[in-house]
Ligand binder design. Structure first.
Ligand SMILES: [Zn+2]
Length: 263
């Protein structure tokens, strides 16, 4: 009898953000089975933004329709930005407003500049990437570049730490000690990463280089899936391929190195 109870499939319910009814997920419902709303299971702000995006796409990407996103984006971006800062950096209310508007501007530019571009899974994922750009990117992008320069001569602590953290959380965690003891592996990895990125920079240009570097850092730092998807959605398929290849190479290099030391 107790076995039967254990084997019962887990019932998944999702709440409709329009009619507030709970829907038992027997299948993936595109519209709410009760009120027929689209994007019904997304958080309210996401739902509103997706509805406006559809209207924008259905009307030949009419920029005026994008304007309807503005009031929602103002509060949504501000909310996400403050959450991401979490008091780590002090910005005045005025500076925050400027950053929020920059993020929205970037989003609008993407919609208008790229005729195929749209958000497919999550506004928050894309907006977070925009926030990172306006907070840490843009004019200060030499900060990202310097990461690379530091690696060449002295090892860069930040990237080292990212790699160590990642491996610590991975199946390879038993080999964590190798990274700390054997600095030679860290040096070897850094050289590998720099060489790889320099090829990207040489063959595909500065923008791809920077985005690949960001992508691999996000992968190494275990960002959540929405965030990573959002980033690659924005950065493009080439960047995604580069970053994932480098990421897998890093893991492969570590495995090879460890194998070598055990022989
Ligand atoms: Zn509903």
């Amino acid at each position: 009898m107790s076995d039967a109870v254990l084997e019962q499939p887990k019932i998944i319910k999702k709440k409709c953000s329009i009619c507030k009814k709970f829907v038992v997920m027997v299948e993936e419902y595109i519209t709410c089975p009760f009120c027929n709303s689209l994007y019904w299971s997304k958080p309210e702000k996401e739902r509103q933004l997706f509805v406006i995006q559809d209207k924008f796409l259905d009307n030949g990407r009419n920029p005026e329709i994008l304007g309807e996103m503005q009031p929602i984006l103002l509060s949504y971006v501000k909310f996400l930005l403050l959450k991401m800062l979490r008091g780590k950096r002090k910005l005045t209310a005025y500076e925050i407003d400027i950053k929020v508007n920059e993020v929205i501007e970037r989003l609008v530019i993407y919609y208008l500049q790229y005729p195929e571009w749209k958000i497919s899974s999550s506004f928050a994922g894309i907006l977070k990437f925009g926030i990172i750009e306006v907070l840490y990117g843009g004019k200060k992008h030499d900060q990202v570049l310097s990461l690379n320069h530091k690696i060449g001569e002295k090892k860069d602590k930040e990237l080292n730490e990212l790699i160590i953290n990642k491996i610590g959380e991975d199946n390879l965690s038993i080999h964590h000690e190798y990274l700390i003891k054997n600095n030679i592996l860290v040096k070897h990895l850094m050289k590998y990463i720099v060489d790889f990125l320099n090829v990207v920079r040489f063959e595909e240009g500065e923008k791809y280089y920077l985005y690949t570097l960001m992508g691999v850092r996000f992968l190494l730092s275990n960002k959540d899936k929405d965030f990573i998807d959002g980033f690659f959605n924005l950065a493009g398929i080439e960047v995604q391929e580069n970053a994932r290849e480098l990421y897998l190479d890093i893991k492969e290099e570590i495995k090879e190195f460890i194998k070598g030391t055990q022989d």
